[in-house]
Design a protein around this ligand. Structure first.
Ligand code: HEC
Ligand code: HEC
Length: 204
């Protein structure tokens, strides 16, 4: 398979006050053939640490449509309180919309146990991107399958990561929540390395 390599410029044009303003960084696309399968698998294992972290997986909960409350700030793992369900709309349109509490604002998050807020519509990830409690292999196979990853190439997956303010929040959540591991830029680098290596997935 021939992969077209292009320079990927990642602009961290931060709007949220919690994020350092006007930060601009460049991510370098690794050259074709420069990342071995073994190195690709190492990069994947770090991608998995991120994907399975509560800041990501609480929102990537699959068919149930029910967000999760998990991670140290929640004490024990449990479904989102107040009978919240995202429904097929994934935004709770059939019930109470997520935005009722997860207000669209860029004022950041400081109050523990308040609903996290970002300056875009808060909603559950698509049902196919079901990560909560899933193994490294399961998440890897979902993410490399265009039928289940929103029709994205690995380059597009990496680009998508920066376009989403929710992701910026996950690395800077405030309110006493633990940020996702590594950094957004390191995560993008790992996704690119995994992609160039041919998207290898762990066996077993
Ligand atoms: C507030 C809920 C929410 C959180 C938290 C969240 N996501 Fe998502 N995620 C979404 C939504 C909604 C989409 C679909 C967006 C789209 O397709 O444009 C999505 C899609 C994705 C995709 C596209 C691939 C696919 O299979 O659909 C990736 C990759 C992704 N998220 C990564 C992450 C990572 C990494 C984190 C944590 C650092 C995270 N997400 C946290 C809601 C969330
Ligand atoms: C009635 C208010 C309310 C509604 C409606 C609501 N939430 Fe929440 N949500 C909260 C509160 C409050 C918290 C934080 C609870 C805490 O930290 O103890 C929260 C936390 C979360 C978290 C955990 C984030 C993290 O990693 O810490 C996710 C995921 C989430 N909500 C998703 C959703 C989705 C998706 C919807 C719509 C389908 C939704 N919520 C609707 C109040 C609400």
């Amino acid at each position: 398979m021939k992969t077209k390599i292009f320079g990927l410029i990642v602009l961290l044009a931060a709007t949220a006050t919690a994020i350092a303003a006007n930060e601009t960084s460049e991510v370098t696309m690794p050259a074709e053939g420069s990342v071995s399968v073994e190195e690709g698998l190492e990069a994947w294992s770090r991608v998995y640490e991120v994907a399975s972290h509560p800041r990501c997986s609480n929102c990537h909960t699959g068919e149930s449509g029910i967000p999760m409350w998990s991670g140290p700030s929640y004490g024990k793992t449990r479904p989102h309180g107040m009978n919240i369900s995202a429904g097929e709309s994934r935004i709770g349109a059939e019930f109470v919309t997520c935005g009722t509490c997860h207000i669209k604002t860029d004022r950041g998050n400081t109050v523990p146990h308040a609903a996290p807020m970002v300056n875009m519509d808060w909603q559950l990830a698509p049902a196919e991107a079901d990560w909560f409690g899933k193994s490294s292999r399961e998440i890897c196979e979902q993410l490399r399958d265009p039928e289940r990853n929103g029709g994205r190439t690995w380059q597009e997956l990496a680009e998508h990561l920066d376009h989403d303010l929710i992701l910026h929040w996950a690395w800077n959540p405030g309110g006493g929540r633990e940020p996702a591991p590594y950094s957004l830029l390191e995560h993008i680098d790992d996704v690119l390395a995994w992609g160039v290596a041919g998207m290898p997935c762990p066996q077993g």
